[in-house]
Design a binder for this molecule. Structure first.
Ligand code: 7TS
Length: 402
């Protein structure tokens, strides 16, 4: 797989030790080519887009729209179905604002108990405002979604089913296509939070047939501050925007009344966008495609399998996730040791993991894990040697606390 040498930060020692970066579910590291793409934009093409007619403005606009094309192709969408946002959180918030305009008291929203707060709080807030009912699909004892309960909960009253493709806490891969079919069979819209899946496994919006899908560039080797909201063209055409400002109207008058919106995606991208970010994301897509999405998926699956096998042998360690392993993520608890203590001792060994509730408080409450878990998350540059270091680090944690 991709050599660590392609990512400058991975050769930065931490406390004099080799950095073992296992916090990829929070954000991934950036290859030099992505950093270069962004620098190059600022050095050679910086200008605002879709407004100037001077040389640099045209160059920047063309580059930005080419980036959109790359991202669209990557997930099987068309260019005007790709809205650039600052990330998954913004994508989901703006989507909830836009869909909320057409929702009414008593309408039901179905989520899962494993949602990240970004795909939970916006719906809850809209529910409070509009009197909507939010329901949650529970989990099985094996940390997967209870499909029978999903069937019962998704009914003719359901207007939206919104779920995470891959759980950022458990690694569970949800059966997206089947869930989307359940929603459509009841006339509901299907929204996928793909923050942990795009760039990790092949995601094709046409194959999934989802109505909307959100993801972040920074979790797939791209820059921070750029993300995507995908929407089916016919649905976007009928949505009112959530944000207003420059670059999104055909015309507007001081006499009031409704402004005339541009078509998608401009309608949904008010203000100056993160042009360098879009270019960096497109370069990240090229980079990942060169490695091969199938290969990345297989590589991470092997790492998870190996990590699980080795972690299971450690006494008083409990894995919090499906038996069969998840997508690049292994969460665990060490009996009698707070996850923050685990992460701090690992940190001194040069190992970066995340500890806590991972912005999934309802899930943690359901699992009775008030302190959360320690989470190791892998990506294409991780190796078996990283797992060696992790296992040795965990043994050290247990020595300190026994
Ligand atoms: N949805 C899921 C499933 C996520 O994992 C995250 C971020 C988000 C939404 C929000 O993404 P953002 O790019 O807008 O912040 N998850 C994590 C995590 O697990 N640790 O830090 C961020």
């Amino acid at each position: 797989m991709s050599s660590a040498a392609a990512y400058p930060i991975l050769s930065t020692p931490i406390f004099g030790k080799r950095l073992v970066y296992l916090d990829n579910a929070a954000t991934t590291q950036k290859p030099q080519v992505v950093i270069d793409a962004m620098n190059q934009f600022y050095q050679t093409s910086n200008a605002n887009i879709h407004r100037g007619i001077h040389h640099l403005a045209e160059k920047a606009t063309l580059a930005y729209e080419a980036a959109r094309e790359t991202v669209a192709r990557f997930i099987g969408a068309e260019n005007d179905e790709i809205i650039f946002t600052s990330g998954t959180t913004q994508s989901l918030n703006m989507l909830v604002q836009m869909l909320g305009k057409n929702l009414h008291a008593g309408d039901e929203i179905v989520l899962t108990l494993m949602e990240h707060h970004s795909n939970l709080i916006p719906w809850q807030e809209m529910a409070r405002e509009k009197g909507l009912v939010v329901k949650f699909i529970p989990l099985t004892a094996n940390y997967t979604l209870d499909f029978n309960k999903a069937r019962e909960l998704i009914t003719a009253k359901t207007k939206v089913l919104a779920f995470t493709h891959v759980s950022n806490t458990l690694g569970t891969i949800n059966p997206a296509a089947e869930l989307i079919d359940l929603a459509h069979a009841q006339g509901a819209l299907a929204v996928v939070d793909a923050a942990q899946s795009v760039g990790h496994l092949l995601v094709d919006v046409r194959q999934l047939d989802c109505d909307f899908l959100a993801f972040s560039g920074h979790k797939m080797c791209g820059p921070l501050g750029i993300g995507v909201l995908y929407g089916k063209k016919d649905l976007l055409m009928n949505l009112e925007p959530a944000f207003f400002g420059g670059g999104m109207v055909e015309d507007v008058s001081s006499e009031g009344g409704k402004a005339l919106w541009l078509a998608s995606p401009q309608r949904f991208e008010a203000g100056t966008p993160h042009v360098a970010g879009a270019l960096g994301l497109a370069r990240a897509v090229d980079f990942l495609e060169k490695q091969g999405l199938k290969q990345i998926e297989a590589h991470c699956a092997l790492l998870v399998e190996s990590a699980m096998m080795r972690l299971k042998k450690i006494p008083r360690l409990n894995i919090i996730g499906p038996d069969q392993g998840g997508m690049g993520i292994v969460s665990f608890t060490l009996e009698g040791i707070h996850p923050h203590d685990v992460a701090e001792i690992l940190n001194r060994e040069g190992i970066a993991v995340r500890a806590g509730r991972h912005c999934t408080n309802p899930l943690m409450k359901e699992l009775g894990l008030a302190d959360g878990t320690t989470r190791a998350s892998f990506y294409l540059y991780n190796t078996e040697e990283d797992i060696d270091v992790l296992i040795a680090g965990i043994k050290k944690v247990q020595e300190v606390f026994c």
